[in-house]
Design a protein around this ligand. Structure first.
Ligand code: AMP
Ligand code: MG
Ligand code: NA
Length: 320
C-alpha cells in the first residue's frame, strides 16, 4: 500500500488545523481548565474539529482516537467558548454550525482498533500558551504499526529564516519537511555520529514531564557534553529527524511515577524519526505499543535517537 490518499488528506487537514491554531494564537488564547488542570484552548477544539471533519469525509470507517472531546464544550456555561471555536472553524469551513463543531470533535472519541488515526490537536499546549513550540500531530496506525505521520510545527524556525515546519512520513518511504508557508519537500536525515556540532539532546521544557537530572546524566554517559535544549511538544521528534539533535529523552518523572504515555503524544513523531533513519523505543528498549489503547500501559519512558547511540543509551539506562 502506498497510503497516497491518507498522506494527502492528513497533510491538508494538519495544515488547515495549524492555520487555525496560528490565528487563535495571534488573538492571544484564553486558557480554560480541563479536569486534569492542563490548559486547553479554543485552538485545541478548533483543530480537532477541522481534522476530524476531514478524516470523517475521506475515511468514514476509520476511528479517530483524539485527545479532546466535546463533553465540556456542550455544557451551557461553555456557550461562549463554543461560539469562539465555531468562529475560527468557519474561517476554514464557512457553513460550520456549533452542532457540526461538537459533532466533529466527538468523532475523535474512537477506539484503538486494527486501523485507526490518532490525533493530538495541540501537543504542547503549555508551549502554545507561552508562544513557544507546539505541534499538531496526526498519525495512521494499522495492526499496531504507525504507517503515516504528519506533524505540523507552526513555530519552528527554519534554516532559511522562515517559520513553520510540516514533517511528513510514510512507512518505507522516508521522511520529509515542507515549510508550512509552502515550498519543496526536503528529505530528512538524522545526525551522523561524527557531526559533533549537532550531537545534542532535547527534552521537555516542563520539568514535571520527565526526569531532567537523570536525562542529563544519561546524555553525559553516552558522550553528549553540551547542555540540553528544551522544547515543548513533538517538535522534539522533528528536531531529531532533522539532524539537529542526536537524542530526545523522556524518563518517568519522580513526581508522577505511575504516569503512562498517550499514543497521540508519540505516534506521529515516532514515524518521522524512524523514517529519517533514527530509532524510537521505551527506556527498556521495548517498541512503543500502539495496539492496545490510548495509554501505553506497558511502556515506560521514551528514548528517541539517531540510531547509532540507541543501544548505548538503553545500556546506560539499565545501569543507572
Ligand atoms: P512536552 O511538551 O514534551 O512536555 O509534552 C507535552 C505532553 O506531556 C502533553 O501532551 C501531556 O500529554 C504530557 N504529559 C502530561 N503529564 C506528563 C507527565 N507527568 N509525564 C510525561 N508526560 C506528561
Ligand atoms: Mg500532547
Ligand atoms: Na493536546
Amino acid at each position: 500500500m502506498t497510503y497516497a490518499k491518507e498522506k494527502e488528506v492528513a497533510i491538508a487537514a494538519a495544515t488547515a488545523a495549524a492555520k487555525l491554531c496560528e490565528q487563535v494564537r495571534a488573538d492571544i488564547p484564553q486558557a480554560i481548565e480541563k479536569k486534569d488542570k492542563s490548559p486547553v484552548t479554543v485552538a485545541d477544539f478548533g483543530a480537532q474539529a477541522i481534522i476530524c471533519q476531514a478524516l470523517a469525509a475521506a475515511f468514514p470507517d476509520d476511528p479517530v482516537v483524539g485527545e479532546e472531546d466535546a463533553k465540556e464544550l456542550r455544557k451551557p456555561e461553555m456557550a461562549e467558548t463554543l461560539t469562539k471555536v465555531t468562529h475560527y472553524v468557519q474561517a476554514l469551513s464557512p457553513d460550520a454550525t456549533p452542532e457540526d463543531v461538537t459533532r466533529w470533535i466527538d468523532h475523535g472519541n474512537g477506539q484503538v482498533s486494527s486501523r485507526y488515526w490518532t490525533l493530538d490537536p495541540i501537543d504542547g499546549t503549555k508551549g502554545f500558551l507561552r508562544q513557544d513550540q507546539y505541534a499538531v500531530a496526526l498519525a495512521l496506525v494499522e495492526n499496531g504499526e504507525v504507517k503515516v505521520g504528519v506533524l505540523a510545527c507552526p513555530a519552528m524556525p527554519l534554516d532559511g529564516g522562515q517559520t513553520g515546519a510540516l514533517y511528513v512520513a510514510v512507512r518505507g518511504e522516508g521522511a520529509t519537511m515542507v515549510p508550512l508557508s509552502g515550498g519543496e519537500p526536503q528529505r530528512l536525515q538524522v545526525v551522523m555520529a561524527d557531526d559533533v556540532a549537532n550531537f545534542r539532546f532535547v527534552e521537555s521544557v516542563e520539568a514535571a514531564h520527565g526526569d531532567q537530572s537523570k536525562q542529563n546524566a544519561i546524555a553525559q554517559a553516552v558522550g553528549i557534553t553540551t547542555e540540553s535544549f528544551r522544547v515543548d511538544s513533538q517538535a522534539k521528534y522533528g528536531i531529531v529527524a532533522s539532524g539537529k539533535a542526536a537524542l530526545y529523552l523522556r524518563l518517568p518523572s519522580p513526581k508522577y511515577p505511575d504516569y503512562r504515555e498517550n499514543i497521540w503524544d508519540h505516534a506521529a513523531g515516532a514515524i518521522v524519526v524512524e523514517e529519517a533513519g533514527g530509532r524510537v523505543s521505551d527506556m527498556y528498549g521495548q517498541p512503543l505499543n500502539f495496539a492496545e489503547g490510548s495509554k501505553m500501559m506497558n511502556n515506560r519512558g521514551i528514548v528517541v535517537s539517531n540510531g547509532t547511540i540507541h543501544d548505548q543509551v538503553i545500556a546506560a539506562l539499565a545501569e543507572n
